[in-house]
Design a protein around this ligand. Structure first.
Ligand code: C5P
Length: 233
């Protein structure tokens, strides 16, 4: 019998809607949430603040290993993210930080430094893990692995809307280029490249709304995990 708390992984490229689905699932099930992208973004921000060259693998990995980061879940499922004691939720969300995150995420020593910290999020009653390699590397034994895709145009549109709503600076053309560059880097890197686990359930969300994505995930959960209060639709 597997005594470890269950994990549901949600992987996919930027702007595909993983964050929305994961927050909803964590609230719906009352489970913990791991936003693994935030750990790479925090590492990038901490390295930039220390004026480290992002290609300096040893020093950036040391920053990742010693990251003073805190995730505080609010009642509505939203997460406050603190770095060195101060709130950085918005600072890590801009595309400059996203691009820097994807650079440091390509460094093998940085991924090693963050591996155990991610696994430590697996606590009862269960974990929803959001990222790029949750199902392939961090939680290969997850109870359910989901992988979301959507066209590059749709993902750019969603990310633009998300950034604008937060009042963050966004230019559609630059954003399209930055997202394309980030996706290419995430998919081509030698360690933990973005790809679905062989046993992942994949959904193309280009033409479907959030509610349908949530229904799809919940139906799979009902079928694959026997959880109290979650019935098969
Ligand atoms: O998901 P988010 O856009 O916040 O991730 C920022 C960057 O962190 C990604 O572009 C990717 O390079 C990296 N990342 C990763 N592995 C994860 C999560 C994020 O390499 N599990």
């Amino acid at each position: 019998m597997n005594a470890r708390p269950p994990v549901i992984t949600v992987d996919g490229p930027s702007g595909v809607g993983k964050g929305t689905l994961c927050q909803w699932l964590a609230l719906r099930l009352g489970w913990h949430l791991l936003d693994s992208g935030a750990l790479y973004r925090l590492t990038a921000l901490a390295a930039l603040r220390r004026n480290l060259p992002l290609a300096d693998e040893d020093r950036v990995a040391t920053v990742a290993a010693g990251l003073d980061a805190e995730f505080v879940a609010g009642a509505d499922g939203a997460m406050r993210i603190l770095l060195d004691g101060t709130e950085v939720g918005d600072a890590i969300r801009d595309e400059r930080c996203g691009a820097a995150a994807s650079r440091v995420a390509a460094l093998p020593a940085v991924r090693v430094a963050l591996l155990q910290r991610q696994r430590d999020f697996r606590r009862p009653p269960g974990l929803i893990a959001d990222g790029r390699d949750m199902g392939t590397v961090v939680f290969p034994d997850a109870e359910l692995k989901l992988f979301l895709t959507a066209s590059a145009e749709e993902r750019t549109r969603r990310r633009y809307k998300q950034l604008s709503e937060k009042g963050l600076d966004a230019n559609l053309k630059n954003l399209a280029e930055e997202i394309a560059a980030r996706d290419a880097r995430d998919a081509r890197r030698t360690v933990a490249p973005l790809r679905p686990a062989p046993d992942a359930e994949t959904l193309d969300t280009t033409r479907i709304g959030v509610a349908e994505v949530c229904d799809w995930a919940l139906a799979l959960i009902a079928r694959r995990l026997a959880l109290p209060g979650i019935d098969q639709a």
